[in-house]
Design a protein around this ligand. Structure first.
Ligand code: ZN
Ligand code: ZN
Ligand code: ZN
Length: 376
């Protein structure tokens, strides 16, 4: 019955686990081991503390899943009946031996990318690589995690709307820039990210003038002046899902070379957003932006990929980059963020988050895309 689709969290996790198991069949994986990282909350709602005591979800392809947690952290777990059994381990026990006993003798085991190496080394003591094949859990999890469901898209949209409001304040001249350091402005953006409803600030890049030519410049003690471009790229995590937006403002009237380059950037970014339709290979989204920028003579000045997937992590699959022929599917969420960087002079980037849907690309961000002149 369709009404049943108004799902409880438990139903969501059951469904995800079910799809993970189907994927395990396809990929020939006997046991999936998920430790710290985003796969664990995706499958169970539980976020492990990234500490030295082992937390691990053991998912045998054909048996019940078990969440092995340090006893002192067990009270933090919200149990999801039918999704996993909770198995706390005591301080003097060997948790890897517990995991090995639960998993039996797997021919193929999938391990999470962010499982600590110390645990992998201990696992190799139980299942030597001569008898057990080790694969990355992305073989199981990526197909699932890339395709966002309606609730996940709504969470991305809410986070996107929150950073849009901050961008609008920036463009309205209500965030002071001139005379402040990049670091100071960055701290204000961070505070606003929290004030707008995020639980965590992931980054707040503020790069003025020549600093904007370094795409991953963070924020320094450099003071912002009149007559400069200021690039702000910021995002956080709201209810488990990430925001990420870049807008540039100009303090005063931009010189012709900046205005001309920005017009090209804006055209490239908007064309690449529109290219984000279901069935389009990821690399084509990159090519669309790159072609326009190269045709205008700035090709050498756009040296990074056009975008990254986004969801529970700021950067995750799928990547909008040459060589990634993966066709976009409904629910794939990603950034479109071309840039033009003139070393020693200025830089600019324009970024929105987009979701591929059957109805076409759905832009999560809609803050003004112009290079707004501000007096602040
Ligand atoms: Zn980045
Ligand atoms: Zn960004
Ligand atoms: Zn980004």
């Amino acid at each position: 019955m369709d009404l049943m689709k108004a799902t409880s969290p438990t139903a969501t996790y059951l469904d995800r686990l079910d799809r993970a198991r189907r994927r395990m069949y396809e990929a020939g994986v006997d046991v999936l081991l998920v430790s710290v990282g985003r796969d664990l909350p995706y499958l169970t709602g539980y976020e492990a503390m990234p500490l030295e005591r082992l937390t691990m979800l053991v998912v045998p392809r054909d048996g019940d899943a078990t969440l092995v947690v340090p006893r002192l952290e067990a009270p933090r777990v919200v149990e999801q009946p039918g999704v996993f059994n909770l198995l706390p381990w005591n301080e003097i026990e060997d948790p890897i031996a517990i995991v090995a006993a639960l998993a039996g003798r797997p021919a193929t085991v999938a391990v999470g990318d962010t499982m600590w190496a110390r645990f992998l080394v201990d696992l190799l003591g139980h299942w030597p690589s001569s008898s057990t094949r080790y694969v990355r859990s992305i073989e199981v999890m990526n197909v699932l995690r890339m395709r966002k469901d309606a609730d996940e898209i709504a969470a991305l949209a809410a986070a996107g709307a929150a950073v849009d409001r901050i961008a609008a304040e920036l463009q309205a001249g209500r965030i002071g820039l001139v005379g402040r350091t990049e670091a100071d402005i960055s701290a204000e953006l961070g505070a606003r990210i929290i004030a707008e409803g995020h639980q965590r600030v992931n980054f707040a890049i503020v790069a003025a003038g020549e600093n904007a030519a370094s795409p991953h410049h963070h924020a320094s003690q450099r003071v912002v002046n009149e007559g400069e471009i200021v690039l702000c790229d910021f995002g956080g995590t709201m209810n488990g899902y990430c925001s990420d937006i870049t807008r540039c403002v100009f303090l005063g009237d931009p010189p012709a070379e900046v205005a001309e380059a920005y017009a090209v950037l804006r055209e490239a970014q908007s064309a690449a957003v529109l290219a984000g339709t279901v069935g389009t290979p990821c690399e084509e989204v990159d090519r669309v932006a790159r072609r326009i920028i190269a045709a205008a003579g700035y090709g050498e000045l756009f040296m990074h990929r056009t975008g990254h997937g986004i969801g529970m992590e700021e950067h995750e699959d799928p990547y909008m980059v040459e060589g990634n022929g993966l066709p976009l599917e409904p629910g794939h969420a990603f950034s479109v963020e071309p840039g033009i960087y003139l070393p020693g002079r200025w830089g600019m980037r324009l970024e929105d988050i987009v979701v591929a849907t059957d109805g076409g690309p759905l832009a999560v961000n809609d803050a003004n895309h112009a290079l707004v002149s501000v007096d602040a």
